[in-house]
Design a protein around this ligand. Sequence first.
Ligand SMILES: Nc1ncnc2c1ncn2[C@@H]1O[C@H](COP(=O)(O)OP(=O)(O)O)[C@@H](O)[C@H]1O
Ligand SMILES: [Mg+2]
Length: 286
Amino acid sequence: MSGPTYRGKVRDVYDNGDGTLTLVASDRISAFDVVMGEPIPDKGRVLTAMTAFWLTEVLDDLCPNHLVSMVDDGEHAGRAMVVRKAEMLPIECIVRGYLSGSAWKEYERDGTMHGAPLPAGLRQSESLPEPVFTPSTKAEVGDHDENISFGRAVELVGAEVADEARRISLEAYRRGADHAAARGILIADTKFELGFIDGRLALCDEVLTPDSCRFWPADGWSPGEVPPSLDKQPVRDFLEATGWDKSPPPPALPPDVVTATTARYRAAYERLTGRSLDARPAPPRP
Ligand SMILES: Nc1ncnc2c1ncn2[C@@H]1O[C@H](COP(=O)(O)OP(=O)(O)O)[C@@H](O)[C@H]1O
Ligand SMILES: [Mg+2]
């Protein structure tokens, strides 16, 4: 395989030239929006296997999706999937069940979330009265995504598409959050990417993974506080302790932090799916 057609923060995308793409999830990890220098072994396999689990077992009857096949052999075994190439929407389809991240910052400042009013007196990490579709723009490389109102999304993609994107996103979040809650995991918020395949809106990209969601252990959640991250907490704790100013380059992750983080990702997969990651294909050992 020659070099990727597109290299994202975490994934490498190969255009197969036949209407399909191969999406390869690397073991790269970002924290505070900066990619670390050390890979987290098994992270790419976890992201890929988790996306496949949701698409094939929980969301398959909700709407079309881009998955064609899993890559089970070769250098990318277990870390890659072949997907239909879609005409991607120019918005990111975020759903929030809890008040966190940029939504919390806006609420604290203005009392709104993506421009829409919320009840007064909510605390950080508090459960929202109901999950809300809160889109954002898709920033060009290097920029930050910008939170937008539903009305702005309608201007960008049209009312019919915005309504359908909201319906799919809310239902996919609801199913994922219900499934996770039964296993002691809260999905605070998540980002879906939708695109058109054969004229129909389809779920694309990664789905309900640690890189596209805030996963919180249910027993670590308490409104007013920032819960630990189910997956990235060892990295965050280490970085905070170093006093790093969050601009690149980041400090090197020590081996014990890497090992602890791999264990977190594996455990997240196993808890959510009830499967062992060892049952999934892996690249041949060199
Ligand atoms: N089915 C698809 N068709 C076309 N593009 C897709 C599809 N699924 C995902 N993508 C795009 O592939 C890229 C995946 O790489 P990623 O590492 O997530 O990049 P980024 O850093 O831009 O998020 C994203 O730009 C995503 O929008
Ligand atoms: Mg991405």
